[in-house]
Ligand binder design. Structure first.
Ligand SMILES: *[C@@H]1O[C@H](CO)[C@@H](O)[C@H](O)[C@H]1NC(C)=O
Ligand SMILES: *[C@@H]1O[C@H](CO)[C@@H](O)[C@H](O)[C@H]1NC(C)=O
Length: 291
C-alpha cells in the first residue's frame, strides 16, 4: 500500500468512527450552574435521555463521583450496581424511591459544606447504551450577624478609639462597611481583612479608628456578600456624645427663649389692657364734661 491509500483508509476510519459516535442512543443531561447553600441540601440535577429506538430503557449502573483536584483520585459517592445502591453517608438519589426505570438520576447532598463545591462525574449504563457526563456545584454561605467592640471598652472622649467589627461563616469573600448616625459612610477610613477558616469559610474583620474630638453617637457595621447584597448589621451606641450634648444645650436655650417670648406677650397684653382701660375712662370723663 502506498501512502495515499493509507491516508484514504485512515480518513474512512475517522468518518466511520465519527458516525458511530454521533449515533448515541443514551445521554446523561445535567442542569448547569448548580448552586448549593452551606448547611442545606443541594442537588445535582441530571436525567438520562434515550432515543425513540430504545423502548422502556432499564438502567444497569449509575456511578456518581467527585473529581479529585490535580493528582488526587476521584471519590465515589453513590453507586447503583447489580440492583443495589451503595454510597457514602450524606449522598443519595434525589428521587426518594428511585429504581432502575426512573431516568431521573439526580444526586442529593443532604448537608452541604465547602468540601462539596467542585466538579462531578456521572456515568450511566443502560440496556440500550452508556454515557458519562460532568457537572459542577458552587457553594455559597451566608455571613453571620457581625459583632462589634471598642478599644478601649469605655469611650471617654478624652482619647482616640478603635472600633472592631467581625463576621464569620460566609463564602465567597464579602465586605464589611461602616456608617455613622447620619448614615454617612466611613468605610474608606477603615481597614478590612478576610481570613479563610478551617471550615473553608471566610472570617471578615474590620477596624475603624476614631479621633476623640469627632466621635459620632452611633456606628453601624454592615456585612455584604460577594455580590454586594446586604446580609446583616450591628449598631454600637456611644453614650454621652458631644453631638447629643450639643443637642441638649440647643434644646435648653430653645426653651428659655420660649419663656422670654411668652413673658413679652403677656406683658404686652397687660399694657394693652391698661391702655384700653385708661382710654375708656378718659372718654367717659370727657363725655361727662360735654353732657
Ligand atoms: C429529579 O428529581 C428531583 C427530586 O424529585 C426533582 O426536584 C427534579 O426536578 C427532577 N429533575 C428533572 C429534570 O425532572
Ligand atoms: C447576596 O445577597 C443577595 C441579596 O440578598 C442574594 O440575592 C445573592 O444571591 C447573594 N449572593 C451570594 C453570593 O450569596
Amino acid at each position: 500500500m502506498n501512502m495515499a491509500s493509507v491516508g484514504i483508509l485512515f480518513l474512512f476510519f475517522i468518518v466511520i468512527r465519527a458516525q458511530s459516535e454521533g449515533k448515541t442512543f443514551v445521554k446523561v443531561e445535567c442542569k448547569t450552574g448548580n448552586v448549593g447553600q452551606y448547611g442545606q441540601q443541594s442537588m445535582l440535577d441530571c436525567v438520562v435521555t434515550t432515543t425513540e429506538e430504545i423502548k422502556d430503557p432499564k438502567i444497569t449502573v449509575v456511578a456518581w463521583k467527585k473529581k479529585g483536584s490535580e493528582d488526587a483520585l476521584d471519590e465515589t459517592l453513590l453507586v447503583f450496581h447489580k440492583g443495589e445502591t451503595t454510597g457514602q453517608p450524606g449522598y443519595r438519589f434525589a428521587e426518594s424511591s428511585w429504581n432502575d426505570r426512573n431516568m431521573n438520576i439526580s444526586l442529593l447532598i443532604t448537608n452541604t459544606t465547602m468540601v462539596n463545591s467542585g466538579d462531578y462525574k456521572c456515568s450511566v449504563m443502560t440496556d440500550g447504551g452508556d454515557d458519562i457526563t460532568e457537572t459542577s456545584l458552587g457553594v455559597t454561605a451566608k455571613y453571620n450577624k457581625p459583632t462589634i467592640r471598642s478599644i478601649p471598652e469605655n469611650i471617654t472622649r478624652r482619647e482616640d478609639v478603635t472600633l472592631s467589627c467581625s463576621s464569620v461563616g460566609g463564602y465567597p469573600e464579602g465586605q464589611l462597611r461602616w456608617f455613622d448616625e447620619h448614615n454617612k459612610e466611613w468605610t474608606a477610613s477603615s481597614e478590612m481583612e478576610a481570613e479563610l477558616t478551617n471550615d473553608g469559610l471566610f472570617k471578615l474583620s474590620s477596624k475603624l479608628s476614631l479621633l476623640k474630638n469627632s466621635i459620632s453617637s452611633k456606628y453601624t457595621c454592615v456585612v455584604f456578600n460577594s455580590s454586594g447584597g446586604k446580609e446583616d448589621e450591628v449598631t454600637l451606641e456611644i453614650p454621652g456624645t458631644t453631638t447629643s450634648e450639643g443637642q441638649e444645650r440647643e434644646k435648653g436655650s430653645d426653651q428659655s427663649s420660649k419663656i422670654v417670648a411668652s413673658v413679652v406677650v403677656i406683658g404686652l397684653l397687660i399694657v394693652g389692657l391698661l391702655l384700653a382701660l385708661l382710654i375708656h375712662r378718659w372718654w367717659s370723663q370727657r363725655g361727662h364734661v360735654v353732657v
